[in-house]
Design a protein around this ligand. Structure first.
Ligand code: HEC
Ligand SMILES: [Cu+2]
Length: 326
């Protein structure tokens, strides 16, 4: 993470819809509070009536067991009451629910909004910044205090885009683009995940939103445009060569000398900045090696084959090269 030092200062990642860090998340929390309030009120009123009736009309010692109580069929007053009250409550709930749900999904965004295309794959997320000609995977960087329009799609099956602290969820469908506008007010690391069961490794289909102050975000974009992908040491050179032989059918690494690139797997440009490997493990040499040897053990059913036929030295060389990608 060197060069993007803010992450060390911001504590643990945020992941709670109950602790929003942006305006969309806040509106969603208001809605959660409103509906919880209405539901609690209904539960209390119904329970109170229930308890009252059970106590008032209970059988008392000395009651005549054969006597049938007065039979009431139909009461206009009561029926009007218990029809209109729920209708009113539902209207109170429906109006803000519908307006909140469609806010940030149906309207054209205002000028100045940052556009990001986000695509769900089994089991990872690809991100493109069409205004900057930059792309990345699994960790999406955004500026704080600015609206971000995510244009969501899926490559294979239906996924769903959810960043609990910022907002969502919104389905990612194959062959269709959905819009979700989010904003982070504070710099930090926001956990996101796929919220639609999409296969064996759905539970580890996670991503991170990394929000920087605007100037740092521009720096990140600049670093993406000039990636450091040239190997220096002998070991890195060996790793670079092995990756050219084994990996670039599926992975892109910009600036590494082979820019005609696979798209089956996540782009690896700037990989050393990523905080995790495949959204599942902390990004360090040991975990990276584990991933290369047997990715199926970590994320069953994912589309990357294992490289356990390579020897330790070869694996280490690739890990070393991947850890230089800035
Ligand atoms: C057949 C295609 C394919 C090949 C070949 C392949 N990969 Fe992958 N790789 C993938 C896919 C797909 C993923 C995403 C897996 C997931 O998260 O579901 C992935 C994920 C990764 C990740 C994690 C990326 C991230 O954003 O955290 C790394 C690192 C990686 N591969 C390195 C390699 C290396 C190094 C090689 C060559 C030795 C290689 N891959 C060969 C398809 C491939
Ligand atoms: Cu999923």
């Amino acid at each position: 993470m060197a060069g993007f030092g803010l992450l060390t200062g911001c504590g643990s990642p945020h992941m709670s819809a109950l602790d929003p860090k942006g305006p969309v998340g806040e509106t969603q929390l208001d809605l959660i509070n409103l509906s919880t309030g209405i539901m609690t009120l209904v539960v209390i009123v119904v329970a109170a009536i229930y308890i009252y009736v059970v106590i008032k009309y209970r059988e008392r010692p000395g009651d005549d067991k054969d006597e049938i109580p007065e039979q009431v069929a139909g009461s206009k007053k009561l029926e009007i009451l218990w029809t209109t009250v729920p209708i009113i409550l539902l209207i109170i709930l429906a109006v803000p629910t519908i307006s909140t749900t469609f806010r940030g999904t149906d309207r054209e965004p205002e000028p100045g909004t940052l556009r990001i295309n986000a695509t769900g794959y089994q089991y990872w997320f690809g991100f493109e910044y069409p205004d900057y000609q930059v792309s990345t995977a699994n960790e999406v960087h955004i500026p704080t205090g600015r609206k971000v329009e995510f244009l969501l799609a899926a490559h294979d099956v239906v996924h769903s885009f959810w960043v609990p602290s910022l907002g969502g969820k919104q389905d990612m469908n194959p062959g269709r683009t959905e819009r979700l506008i989010l904003q982070a007010d504070e710099p930090g690391l926001y956990e996101g995940e796929c919220a639609e069961l999409c296969g064996a490794s759905h539970a580890t289909m996670r991503f991170r939103v990394i929000a920087h102050p605007p100037a740092e975000f521009e720096k990140w974009i600049a670093s993406r445009k000039q990636p450091k992908s040239k190997p220096k040491t002998e070991q890195q050179k060996q790793g670079h060569k092995l990756i050219a032989q084994n990996c670039i059918g599926c992975h892109a690494i910009q600036g590494a000398g082979y820019d005609i690139l696979g798209r089956t797997g996540p782009e690896l440009t700037g990989f050393s900045h990523r905080t995790r490997v495949a959204g599942a493990l902390d990004n360090n040499r040991e975990n990276l090696k584990k991933w290369l040897v047997n990715p199926q053990k970590i994320k069953p059913g994912n589309r990357m084959p294992g490289f356990d036929h390579l020897d330790d030295k070869q694996l280490d060389a690739m890990v070393e090269y991947l850890q230089t990608l800035k």
